[in-house]
Design a protein around this ligand. Structure first.
Ligand SMILES: Cc1ncc(COP(=O)(O)O)c(C=O)c1O
Length: 438
């Protein structure tokens, strides 16, 4: 982009007559000074004080680096997870994806069974069901939250439907009570993906305590993260048993399964291995017991302020939080909507201008599942299984939700105070310069 247009508007001769001075209002896209230092990027999980010591002490003291039973730090981590999500059983896994696979296996999903899954989610909410031969029927979403729309689920229920899979998008609970009631009415299992929603609450009750099974990723930039990790949570002994037998063989499969009928496969289980790493469990346990509650409060305060400030700018709708949401918990992503058409500036140009200011702003990277080749019935087969055909169906809610959506970091606490301020200042500056972008 040439600097000419904006610079002609804003450059002034300085008093010494030595040349042009760029006005502070000049957009960085047009050669002005960026608001933020691009080297100062938001990162998560934080390298908090004591984190390295904790890992070093565990290793130096000769604690186990592989735990085959429900023992040691693995049991401590699971106990902490059970408490957060108010569940009877927790099974710590190597990833959220493997926890979800275990969930679909636990409900005994068979080839040809149907799972109704939200189309707006990360692909792993539904992909494991394909590996059991299930037909994934995609449901539309609420246009404001991006969460599975109850009417769309109700319309998709048929004689082969076995389960519903939801994802509490960015920490916003789904219509938990309505979905529970619908699943009960039709005898369906509800697999709740709560990867985004650690500590989120619907009418005072934790998200993750409503489904027949809840699964959470505990990897990467999730609020609570072991680097890699996941968990399956349930109150039902039968579902717990099948999840343990699927992926936690040798000791746990022999010592922790409730139903004695499984004794003949006690040692091998169903033969796969999904157990998580003790060092990941150590980090997750530490974060759950010593840090997460503070992070939730800090993130809530920062994002409430961000919404207040961005809400003052024309054409921006901060993320909607329904009154039934008593906590956004992890608030895993901050996604405002921008009415680019109304502002008269293409969204990608706005994003360029915001990025040029050094802000970590982008359009979200996970397209709806109905657009992904993975779910195309004629491409990339998985064994001899038949995939459901979701092509050609309309998903107006998903389309409305995705329109103008921006992805921002989630500043948390004093360490991110400057990043928060730069987001506020950067948006304000770009919005003051909208005329120069039109
Ligand atoms: C909603 C959702 N479900 C599942 C997963 C998969 O988790 P993992 O990467 O731990 O396998 C993710 C990961 O980002 C996710 O965001």
């Amino acid at each position: 982009m040439s600097h000419s247009t904006a610079d002609r508007h804003t450059a002034k001769n300085d008093s010494s007559g030595c040349g042009n001075v760029i006005a502070p209002s000049t957009l960085a896209l047009h050669g002005g000074r960026p608001v933020a230092n691009p080297a100062m990027q938001w990162t998560w999980p934080p390298r908090y004080p004591g984190m390295g010591e904790l890992l070093k002490r565990y290793v130096d003291e000769g604690e186990p680096l592989s735990i085959q039973g429900r023992d040691g730090i693995l049991a401590d981590c699971e106990d902490a997870l059970k408490q957060v999500f108010r569940r009877k059983h927790a099974v710590f896994c190597s990833s959220g994806t493997m926890a979800l696979y275990s969930a679909y296996f636990a409900i005994d999903l068979r080839p040809g069974d149907e799972v109704i899954c939200t189309t707006v989610t990360y692909h792993a909410t539904a992909a494991p069901a394909l590996h059991l031969g299930a037909r994934v029927i995609l449901a539309d979403v609420e246009p404001d939250t991006g969460n599975i729309a109850i009417e769309s689920v109700a319309a998709a229920i048929g004689p082969r439907t076995r389960a519903v899979a939801s994802n509490a998008m960015w920490g916003h609970p789904v219509a938990q009570d309505a979905l529970r009631a619908l699943c009960d009415q039709h005898g369906l299992a509800w697999i709740e993906d709560v990867s985004h929603a650690h500590f989120a609450e619907f009418r005072g009750r934790p998200v993750g305590s409503w489904g027949d099974i809840a699964c959470a990723s505990l990897q990467g930039t999730k609020l609570v993260s072991g680097g890699e990790g996941g968990v399956l949570l349930t109150d039902r002994d039968d579902l717990h048993d099948r999840a343990v037998l699927l992926g936690h063989n040798l000791k746990r499969s022999q010592t922790c399964v409730c139903d004695p009928a499984y004794a003949p496969i006690g040692r091998t289980g169903y033969g796969l291995k999904f157990r998580g790493h003790p060092l990941a469990a150590l980090l997750i346990h530490d974060q759950l017991t010593n840090h997460a509650a503070r992070w939730v409060a800090e993130r809530r305060d920062a994002l409430t302020r961000l919404s207040l400030e961005l809400g003052k700018l024309p054409g921006i709708t901060p993320p909607v939080v329904h009154s039934s949401t008593t906590s956004m918990g992890a608030w895993y992503g901050y996604k405002p909507h921008v009415d680019a058409e109304g502002l008269g500036v293409p969204l990608d140009r706005l994003v360029l201008a915001l990025k040029a200011e050094g802000l970590d702003v982008d359009q979200p990277g996970s397209p709806p599942l109905h657009t992904l080749a993975l779910f195309d019935p004629h491409r990339f087969p998985i064994g001899a299984f038949e995939k459901a055909d979701n092509r050609g169906r309309a998903f107006p809610g998903a389309e409305a939700y995705g329109k103008g959506l921006l992805s921002l970091p989630t500043p948390t606490g004093v360490r991110d105070a400057l990043i928060l301020q730069q987001l506020i200042d950067g948006f304000a500056k770009v919005w003051r310069g909208l005329d120069d972008l039109r």
